[in-house]
Structure formats: structure tokens, C-alpha cells
Design a protein around this ligand. Structure first.
Ligand code: PSU
Ligand code: MN
Length: 302
């Protein structure tokens, strides 16, 4: 264990006793939703994980410490600080830590800190991927590289259509990341259950997810696993409707010259603005992922 890592007492005891633990990211709190609904959502997700018999470990960087397991007041602090918190990817860790600053963890840094703490499963909203136009901009999320190198199972609702989904899946294949459709053949696209692309495998139960992940780890394969769990049908949008909104958001980002780490929060906020209030659907999708992650963790940690 390194001196920068701080595991909360509750998470520490759970890990020592072999109880199931589920990691959660914090960029979704600071950059993904407005205050106070971001804090409410984060606490509801934690509550559901507990109700499923697992321990939640929300991950963030606070005062230069890599924290696995946040208190309610720390979640409130990050939610209130919102966009003023640094969105921290792998490349941001050294300077933030050395300076003793705060950082909200993306999928990448949540995986890194989870792995340092010994947490194997992480419930997210969606992951970053290959951006449209990446063949010239080279904008490819570090999330894909992290999935290629860090042994954590990430349960998400697929990737958003703001990205180039086909190239995202190609990249994951290159990096050796199994892409599992949970209860579906089709790879889901966050707002919608359809993307027009297939997952590598369909798995229908938490036990079968845990078995595949266990096999990957026992073989010594060092990469992560991506579980794509579609948004519940009741909260899903139709692909045609969301595609129009997405094209509009991408056009706006290009017109305004948005680049680098700003682009994902910009596109998410723009789509939210154009779809009206998607926050309830967003929460339902997070709860749905947290449930699958907690159930798989229950089997994995036995
Ligand atoms: N999805 C959201 N809001 C977010 C993110 C995803 O609805 O804030 C975050 C996640 O933390 C993800 C990150 O890991 O965006 C990817 O950013 P980038 O494309 O810059 O790598
Ligand atoms: Mn990027």
C-alpha cells in the first residue's frame, strides 16, 4: 500500500473480512450532474449498494490523498464544488497529489485507486471512448487504455453516441478488453438500449459475470473487463430521437472549438439541455448498474 492511499475504516474492514465492495467514481458527481441532485444521486447509489449487501467505496482525491470510501460530508463537498474540482485522469495524479489538491476521479483514476485498494468491481454511468473525428484529433479517452491495463470490472450503460462507438469497440478489442452485454447481444448507448453494434459476449447473470472475471484474473491477464448493462426500458430513449440531439451537441462543440478534457462534460451538459431533464433516467441507469455490480461482487468476494 502506498502512503498516498487512504481507505476509509468501513471499506478497510470490509476488504479485510472479504466482504463485497463496489467502487464508484466522483467525476460523475462534480461534472456529471448539477448540485444538489448530484449529491442526492451519489447517496442513493451508495444506499442501494448497501441494500444489496455490499459496501460502497466512492473514490476521489481530497487534499492530495487518494481516497477509497468517502463520508457523506466529503460527497457533499465535492458535489458543491462541482466544476471547480479538477477532473483527474491518470496524467493528473502526480501533480495533484504532490500539491495536496482535490481531484474528481474519472473511470480511469477510479480504476487505478480501486486496484490500489484491492477493490475489483466498479459501477459507473458510462465510460469515455474514441471521439468522433479522432482520426484527426487523436482524442481517445484514457479510460480505454486503463481498461487495457488495470484488472477491475467496470459495469456501465455502454458509451454515448456522442462518441464514435464503432472505433471505441475496435480500440477495446486491440487492448484485449472483453466487452460483455449484460442480458443483451447489442452494445447499449447510455440513453438508449440500441447502438447498432454488438457486444463480444452476452452474459445474463451476476454469477456468470463473476466467473468470467475470476477466470481472467486467475490466468494472470492484467486487463479490466467492460460490462455494458442497458438502461431499463422504461427510462430509455429511442435511438432516432437521441441521435438527432447528439448530432446537434457534437456540432455545437465543433463550432465552439471545445477540446481536450472539456469536451466530454460539454457534450454531456449539451445533450442534457437538449433532452430536457434526463436526470431521473440518469439516476435509474446508475442504480441499475450499481445493482448488477453489487450482485457480481457478492459472488466474487465469497
Ligand atoms: N459520463 C457522464 N459524466 C461524466 C463522465 C461520464 O455523464 O462526467 C466522465 C467519466 O468520469 C469518464 C470521463 O471517465 O467523463 C471521460 O472523460 P474523457 O472523455 O475526457 O476521458
Ligand atoms: Mn479526451
Amino acid at each position: 500500500m502506498n502512503k498516498y492511499l487512504e481507505i476509509s475504516p468501513e471499506v478497510k474492514v470490509a476488504l479485510e473480512r472479504g466482504m463485497p465492495v463496489v467502487a464508484l467514481e466522483s467525476t460523475i458527481i462534480s461534472h456529471g450532474m448539477p448540485y444538489p441532485r448530484n449529491v442526492e444521486a451519489a447517496l442513493k447509489v451508495e444506499e442501494l449498494i448497501r441494500a444489496e449487501g455490499a459496501i460502497p467505496a466512492t473514490i476521489a482525491i481530497i487534499g492530495g490523498k487518494l481516497k477509497a470510501g468517502l463520508s457523506k460530508s466529503e460527497i457533499e463537498y465535492l458535489g458543491k464544488k462541482g466544476l471547480a474540482v479538477t477532473k483527474a485522469s491518470r496524467r493528473d495524479l502526480p501533480v495533484l497529489v504532490a500539491r495536496g489538491e482535490d481531484g474528481a476521479t474519472t473511470v480511469t483514476t477510479t480504476m487505478i485507486i480501486a486496484a490500489m485498494a484491492g477493490i475489483k468491481i466498479f459501477a459507473a454511468g458510462d465510460i469515455g471512448g474514441v471521439h468522433r473525428g479522432a482520426e484527426t484529433t487523436m482524442d481517445i479517452s484514457a479510460d480505454l487504455e486503463e481498461l487495457g491495463r488495470t484488472p477491475v470490472m467496470v459495469v456501465c450503460a455502454g458509451v454515448k453516441g456522442v462518441l464514435d462507438i464503432g472505433r471505441t469497440l475496435e480500440y477495446l478489442e486491440t487492448r484485449g478488453v472483453p466487452v460483455i452485454g449484460y442480458g443483451t447481444e447489442e452494445f447499449p448507448a447510455y440513453y438508449t438500449r440500441e447502438s447498432g453494434f454488438k457486444a463480444d459476449y452476452r452474459i445474463d447473470t451476476p454469477a456468470a459475470l463473476a466467473a468470467a472475471f475470476e477466470a481472467q484474473r486467475e490466468m494472470g491477464l492484467p486487463n479490466g473487463m467492460l460490462v455494458a448493462n442497458p438502461i431499463p426500458a422504461k427510462y430509455a430513449l429511442q435511438k432516432d430521437a437521441i441521435d438527432k440531439v447528439i448530432d446537434e451537441a457534437v456540432a455545437a462543440s465543433m463550432e465552439q472549438g471545445i477540446k481536450g478534457k472539456e469536451i466530454t462534460p460539454f457534450l454531456n451538459a449539451k445533450v442534457r439541455e437538449l433532452t430536457g431533464d434526463f436526470l431521473e433516467n440518469h439516476l435509474q441507469l446508475l442504480l441499475n448498474n450499481a445493482r448488477v455490480a453489487a450482485r457480481a461482487a457478492g459472488i466474487l468476494y465469497q
